[in-house]
Design a protein around this ligand. Structure first.
Ligand code: 5RP
Length: 222
């Protein structure tokens, strides 16, 4: 059983006719978007707001009508994945590189649904996953030095030996903490550093988490 598929397909049950739908990014979202495509073929009338070029391409291939946040500044429901989820439903996101658009879309959404397999549930954020931070290219190493003074090791993200560049033309620093005790404070501290565009701590943005494990699917509400 593919747990990402189970979670992704369950999460899209929150999408109803006539809604503006935020479409997250990643391998769990792959299944959610495919399923939404099936629902659209069966008559569901929605408009999707993609959070990345990758998602835009997949949604188009799946036959989901798309629009922009400019056209629809308020989103009814967003479905997205996550890298870590704590008990308060705070998240680390961005290992797929789309954290900036995902955070803008999440904060424009009336309801944020997170789909994940149970490996993403953690006691404390940051002990397993690095925290992705999107930074301007200009002066990135001095931005990295300032971030590391907050208690982490920073590494410039690469893909296939090349520096990874986001859809917004920026770099990503993977910031490895031992753990993040006060994620709300850390989110603000990182974002206060000049050169930081956004970080992958999503605090208080998730409303529902749909978690799939070998025991079945659990829906956790805020
Ligand atoms: C992309 C993300 C993804 O939601 C996150 O990385 C989870 O990905 P996956 O579903 O592939 O495990 O934040 O920026």
């Amino acid at each position: 059983m593919n747990l990402k598929q189970v979670a992704g397909e369950k999460a899209v049950e929150y999408v109803k006719d006539g809604m503006v739908v935020g479409l997250g990014t990643g391998s769990t979202m792959f299944y959610a978007i495919k399923k939404l495509g099936d629902m659209v073929r069966n008559g569901l009338n929605i408009v999707g707001i993609p959070t990345s070029g990758e998602t835009e391409k997949l949604a188009k291939q799946s036959g989901i009508p798309l629009s922009t946040l400019e056209e629809h500044p308020v989103i009814d429901v967003t479905v997205d994945g996550a890298d870590e989820i704590d008990k308060k439903l705070n998240l680390i996101k961005g290992m797929g590189g789309a954290l900036l658009r995902e955070k803008i879309v999440a904060s424009a959404s009336k309801k944020e649904i997170i789909a994940a397999d149970s490996s993403k549930l953690v006691g404390i954020l940051g002990a397993k996953s690095p925290l992705p931070v999107e930074v301007a290219r200009f002066g990135w190493s001095s931005t990295a030095k300032k971030i590391s003074e907050l208690g982490c090791k920073t590494e410039l993200r690469k893909k296939d030996e090349e520096i990874f560049i986001t859809d917004n033309g920026n770099y990503i620093l993977n910031c490895k903490f031992n753990k993040i005790d006060k994620p709300g404070e850390m989110e603000q501290k990182i974002n206060n550093i000049p050169g930081v565009v956004e970080n992958g701590l999503f605090i208080g943005l998730a409303d529902v988490v749909v978690v799939a494990s070998n025991k079945g699917v659990k829906v956790i509400e805020k």
